[in-house]
Ligand binder design. Sequence first.
Ligand SMILES: O=P(O)(O)OP(=O)(O)OP(=O)(O)OC[C@H]1O[C@@H](n2cnc3c(O)ncnc32)[C@H](O)[C@@H]1O
Ligand SMILES: [Mg+2]
Length: 200
Amino acid sequence: MYTKEKCILATKNQGKIREFHELFKDLGIESLSLLDVENPPSVVEDGSTFFENAFKKAKTISEHFGIIAISDDSGLEVDALNGRPGIYSARYAGENATDEENNKKLLNELKGVALEDRTARFRCVMVAYRPDGKWVKAEGTLEGLISIEPRGDQGFGYDPVFLLPELGKTLAEIAIEEKNKISHRAKALLALHEKLPELL
Ligand SMILES: O=P(O)(O)OP(=O)(O)OP(=O)(O)OC[C@H]1O[C@@H](n2cnc3c(O)ncnc32)[C@H](O)[C@@H]1O
Ligand SMILES: [Mg+2]
């Protein structure tokens, strides 16, 4: 059973890894991540879509370690910015930008835009890749608004500026368990999990 095997999460993002590990507890999946191994191959994210980048991350890591790899390529699409930063979310404010720098740039770009026009969504594309070349993919989204000011200290990335209108809170103001009930990542992982038996 794959649930007893180790698979590897093809990510170095601590925030993503924490969410995956919480979700994996319920699904009975055991995994390593790139933070648990020495000198993992680096993957240049030069694709033009979330899928291309997710596919490249999963394939490279799976072939290197010889086990199933699960990747996550995700980002924020802001309607008032014609979908930017999109696949460039991690490097929006520059190649090695911090989350704070990216959030600051985003809020600056949206200066003067009314709250109701700050609609946005997180998108997550996941690929599970088996070393012999068989793979499955899944996707999830989460709709919301870009807040006027950052709020909250939980989560990671753009969470402090991503407002959930129904709750009146940002993603950084809710607990990881709550985020994992609604997030783009959780939706993608549940859809991926349905397809994992195809890799067995
Ligand atoms: O490529 P890996 O190693 O997985 O890690 P990464 O941080 O580079 O990840 P991506 O290339 O997928 O870039 C995703 C960007 O979108 C942001 N992001 C994705 N999911 C998010 C979430 O749930 N909450 C806040 N920001 C998120 C994240 O902070 C990054 O800036
Ligand atoms: Mg990346």
